[in-house]
Design a protein around this ligand. Structure first.
Ligand code: ADP
Ligand code: MG
Length: 722
């Protein structure tokens, strides 16, 4: 790289002029939340809306005009001139089409108008969004529908402010073309079944909802390096690039001091997200150099999914203000840890009870044991489906690569809970919970720390972490909606099943405390005996676990083409039909779209690899070769032997031959894949290995060719210049 590009941007100022952010004041300022609604809506309309938001009551069209009017007035006061129905098509990203509030009036002027109909229903031309065969392009109609349960918000860029209304997106025959509709349907299914089970425990609540807090990992690199790398620009990851002499071996970046420019960036992101009511809570350096993380406080899963999209959008939009680019790709750099999005999930009642809170003595907590068992059963039964929800071309680089969980789904419960469940499975009841007491630090000045009953396990794909499960395989650039939808649906199914068994055991007899306890223990014992194969507390990164998992009959779906068919296997179709979350056609549509995305991603990567190898790497190598040969030729009069020069020339020449051959084979594999019966498989089996061969030669050349001729920013520059 030319050396000018290697100079990092320095921020102006001495860093001492500090205006603290007033979080309480700005939090939610750009959202049309409950307090804004209360202040602006007629009392009856407000009450109606709260019943919908908090208790899932149906929303009545008659309130539409009043809400629209209040929302428009609020938005206009914030400088908004346009509004958009903000939705989540199956691309996994968000979509928006802006409409103006302004309507010309008879006097030649204009007024701001926004009716209830504008609020409740939109009709974007939907023909270009993926539908997976659910809709032919000539039937382009698609509708967006207002989701009152997720607050509307205002996005400001420079001088433009736009009111964004979270909406669902469906075809005109009513099929879900987005990620929100199934998520909301799954929340409803979970609500119904969990409340039914809670009734059996004598706990009546008016609503149960899934909660989610998703930790977002990402990389930041200097914008100038990004712009000089066609692979990053086009595919979001480096397709070439030799490993730097120093990677993450020293573990010195993790939780290290946050670099100043990055801190300024994080602060700006937080400010933006606070305005949008997104409760970001923690920030830190991650394992790889140049890698960072943000995590929010958990929320209702539907709102959390919208907020997660806002988080990704804000990260990417804010970075250029600091001369940075935010990479959300799961594996931007080979040989360096990739990025994930731990999806923390639990179930909560409207009264604030977390159904996965074990308390100090979990063996006595029947309710917890019941719901936890349901999750164990659900994950065991639908392990393949869960795997499918995190299957993408990008995530394939992480899963099972000793930096992320393997492709095998299993549950980490920790020592204490495993022991309790083992007691129940063995004898039908549990009489103790292992306690771990306090941690003495060997000096009186440090406080005694209560020790958790279980250590953490960073290698587990699905870990119980105290009062929630953490689904760790989710990719950093993914929407959390599909994983959440699946978790809610399969949990609903398992709760339904266990509740039915519990009802049968309890019969009509009087439900004494003892009768309930016995019945719950019986039901749990059966379920654990049937599903304990999914529980694994050991190191998921070892070969031994791969073998053990196979013995246990657990699925090991290594790649996306292996995993996606799980979206339409019988167990999936049955569960999704039973709770009316997705029909078989809707599931098939999703499988088709995700497969298509896989094929397109690999194809674009392969084409970019070919192009960069041919037009950037090969010319650099040839120029260097020519320099070497010229030097040797010119200097021979002086009696120099040029042994080293000629040896280098031979090496370069041989690699150039290899490269040309590898490029040719890649082009051929790509062409052949297009005609293949199973395109995804051909991409996986032939194109990806051919890409790897091209890369191998390019990376070898990077280690030989003169640095000043090398046309691409190196890993060292991208990862270490902060
Ligand atoms: P850890 O460090 O063990 O992962 P944290 O307390 O940092 O735990 O939480 C990680 C994420 O989990 C945060 O986003 C947090 O809000 C979320 N979380 C905590 N409790 C719950 C819950 N009951 N449901 C869903 N997410 C939760
Ligand atoms: Mg975590």
């Amino acid at each position: 790289m030319p050396s000018t590009l290697a100079t990092p941007v320095r921020m102006n100022g001495n860093g001492h002029t500090h205006t603290p952010m007033d979080v309480e004041k700005i939090f939610g300022q750009n959202t049309f939340g409950l307090s804004e609604m209360k202040a602006r809506l007629p009392k009856s309309v407000y009450k109606h809306l709260v019943a919908t938001i908090q208790d899932g009551e149906p929303i009545n069209v008659e309130v539409a005009d009043a809400i629209a009017l209040a929302m428009k007035e609020w938005a206009v006061e914030h400088g908004a001139t346009h509004y958009t129905h903000w939705f989540q098509p199956l691309t996994g990203r968000t979509a928006e089409k802006h409409d103006t509030f302004i309507t010309p009036n008879e006097g030649g002027g204009a007024v701001a108008e926004f009716s209830g109909k504008n609020l409740f229903q939109g009709e974007p031309d939907a023909s270009s969004f993926p539908s997976g065969g659910l809709r032919a392009t000539f039937e382009a109609r698609g509708y967006t529908a207002y989701d009152p349960t997720s607050p509307a918000f205002i996005i400001k860029h420079n001088n433009v402010a736009t009111l964004c209304i979270p909406t669902a997106f469906a075809s005109w025959t009513g099929e879900a073309l987005d990620h929100k509709i199934p998520l909301l349907r799954s929340m409803e299914a979970l609500n119904k079944q969990a409340r039914r089970a809670l009734d059996l425990f004598g706990e009546s609540v008016s609503r149960v909802y899934a909660t989610c807090g998703s930790e977002q990992e990402y990389f930041l690199i200097d914008e100038r390096f990004f712009l000089a790398r066609p692979d990053l620009l086009v595919t979001g990851r480096t397709l070439l690039g030799a490993k730097p002499p120093r990677g993450q071996e020293l573990d010195d970046h993790y939780f290290g001091t946050i670099p100043e420019r990055v801190m300024a960036f994080m602060n700006a992101v937080e400010e933006e997200l606070y305005h949008l009511g997104v409760p970001v809570a923690t920030r830190h350096n991650e394992v790889a150099p140049g890698q960072y993380e943000f995590a929010p406080i958990f929320e209702n899963a539907n709102v959390a999914a919208d907020h997660q999209q806002l988080m990704m959008m804000t990260l990417q939009r804010t970075a250029p203000r600091f001369g940075l680019v935010c990479l959300l790709h799961e594996k931007p750099f080979a040989g360096i840890n990739g990025s994930g999005k731990h999806c923390n999930w639990s179930m909560s009642t409207n009264t604030g009870m977390n159904l996965l809170e074990p308390g100090e003595t979990p063996h006595e907590n029947l309710l917890f044991l019941f719901f936890c068992t349901a999750v164990i059963q659900a994950v065991h039964r639908h392990q393949g489906l869960l795997r499918a929800t995190i299957a993408t071309a990008a995530n394939d680089h992480r899963l099972g690569a000793n930096e992320a969980p393997p492709a095998i789904l299993s549950i980490f419960l920790g020592e204490q809970l495993t022991d309790v469940f083992e007691q129940i499975a063995a004898s039908g009841k549990a009489s103790s919970s292992k306690q771990s007491g306090f941690l003495g630090l060997g000096t009186p000045v440090l406080p005694r720390l209560p020790r958790h009953a279980s250590d953490r396990n960073r290698t587990s794909p699905f870990a119980f972490t105290g009062n929630k499960f953490e689904f760790r395989g989710v990719g950093s650039s993914q929407s959390v909606s599909l994983p959440l939808t699946v978790l809610n649906t399969i949990a609903a199914e398992a709760i339904d099943d266990l509740a039915t068994k519990l009802e049968a055991k309890l019969g009509k007899k009087k439900r004494s405390k003892q009768a309930l306890e016995d019945a719950v223990h019986d039901v749990i014992a059966d379920a654990i005996r049937a599903h304990k194969a999914i529980i694994f507390n050991g190191d998921n990164y070892t070969q031994a676990w791969n073998e053990e998992a196979e013995k246990r009959g657990l699925l090991n779906l290594k790649s996306t083409p292996d995993a996606l068919p799980q979206l339409t296997v019988d167990t999936t179709v049955e569960a999704f039909a039973a709770y009316e979350v997705l029909s078989e056609a809707e599931l098939e549509g999703r499988e088709e779209i995700l497969t298509e995305q896989y094929v397109m991603t690999v194809n674009i990567e392969a084409a970019t690899t070919e192009n960069m190898a041919q037009t950037m790497v090969l010319p650099a190598a040839v120029r260097y070769l020519s320099e070497l040969i010229d030097t040797a030729a010119r200097g021979s009069d002086l009696g120099l032997t040029f042994g080293g020069t000629m040896e280098t020339a031979k090496e370069v020449s041989a690699l150039v031959d290899d490269l040309k051959g590898a490029i040719g084979r890649l082009a051929k594999a790509r062409m052949a894949a297009h005609g293949a019966k199973n395109e995804a498989r051909a991409m996986k089996d032939n194109v990806i290995p051919a890409m790897a061969s091209v890369r191998e030669v390019c990376d070898a050349l990077e280690g030989i060719v003169s640095a000043d001729l090398w046309p691409l920013p190196t890993y060292r520059e991208m990862l270490f210049i902060k």
